[in-house]
Design a protein around this ligand. Structure first.
Ligand code: ATP
Ligand code: MG
Length: 306
């Protein structure tokens, strides 16, 4: 399964949630996961996995930028557990699935305005190969109507990928502006549906394979003690957001799931390990939310649209 992670805005929690989702798929469900850093302007996935020297991309010109530009034939693959500086992750007991990072190039930068045919062809070749080798390929795209989105839509419209399972996750924060932005990215002008249809996708199929992820959603009762004017106001706002989300087609029926506000992630972009919960550093509901996202992602029932 190929899963594109996108968002209209930056800083939505797309990368942190995707890497934790990938980690849970691999550590809890035994899935082999490839994580592709397609955030070409800011390829910082190495930092999330705490791979020393790779925090802003791989330096040897052997990353995804070089591969897609045709400078090399094979993009570097990094085994996360074998290369992370995170001791608890390195010494994780028991067999788990593989978690492999394909980093971008250090200083690689965004591609030119349009995705040319060579880049698209190379992207399709890579996705096909990885999809055959891994259970889940998570592709973290640059935010907005990016060249990364354009390349991905064009590549997955090619006949060689037509029979593969391709999903789209649209990340957004639980605010008015983010709900409107997520709707715009999918349904708006030059949005995912419009661009997808232009390059040969079927609109309904794209929608069937698209779900939203709400990140860092405040837990109202915990935040306010559940009573008083502030609690009443927050509940009212939350109800308004739910209404807005459903009118903007970002509502419950199109939702993959949500993550709660996690103090650890407010301070640091990282994987949350079970040991972080055991040590009472991270909150249990956060890993429960990541596990639920992982479960729902691979459950076929999630992808039936009514
Ligand atoms: N559940 C959460 N609770 C609190 N903070 C969170 C949560 N999820 C993500 N964050 C934090 O929000 C910030 C933005 O997250 P992240 O970098 O994953 O977003 P992004 O959409 O990938 O951004 P960019 O567009 O810059 O790549 C980070 O500091 C991250 O740790
Ligand atoms: Mg990111």
């Amino acid at each position: 399964m190929i899963v594109f992670a996108t968002s209209d805005k930056g800083g939505t929690g797309r990368s942190v949630t995707s890497c934790n989702l990938g980690y849970r798929l691999c550590s809890k469900m035994g899935k082999n996961v490839a994580y592709l850093d397609f955030d070409f302007g800011s390829p910082t996935a190495g930092a999330l996995f705490e791979i020393g020297g790779m925090e802003r991309g791989i330096s040897s010109g052997s990353g995804l930028h070089s591969y897609l530009l045709g400078k090399i034939d094979v993009a570097t693959r990094v085994d996360v557990r074998g290369n992370t500086d995170r001791t608890d992750l390195r010494k994780l007991p028991g067999p788990t699935g593989k978690l492999v990072l394909l980093p971008g190039d250090l200083g690689g930068g965004e591609f030119d305005k349009k995705a040319n045919d060579d880049i698209v062809e190379r992207c399709a070749r890579l996705l096909l190969e990885l999809d055959q080798a891994f259970d889940v390929c998570l592709v973290d795209l640059s935010s907005g109507r990016s060249v990364a989105m354009d390349i991905s839509l064009k590549a997955t419209a090619l006949p060689q990928l037509a029979t593969r399972t391709v999903r789209w996750l649209v990340f957004h924060r639980w605010t008015r502006q983010h709900i409107l932005a997520a709707n715009g990215l999918v349904h708006g002008e030059h949005g995912l549906l419009e661009c997808g249809v232009r390059v040969g996708h079927d609109r309904e199929t794209l929608l069937d394979n698209l779900r939203y992820v709400r990140t860092a959603v405040p837990q109202l009762n915990m935040a306010t003690g559940g009573s008083g004017p502030q609690a009443a106001w927050l509940h009212q706002q939350d109800a308004m957001l739910k209404h807005l989300a459903s009118t903007k087609e970002v509502g419950a029926s199109a939702l993959l799931g949500e993550t709660p506000v996690e103090p650890v992630l407010q301070y640091r972009e990282q994987l949350i390990l079970d040991i972080d919960v055991k040590k009472e550093i991270a909150n249990r509901p956060t890993v429960v939310a990541f596990d639920l996202l992982a479960k729902r992602l691979i459950d076929e029932a999630t992808w039936i649209r009514f």
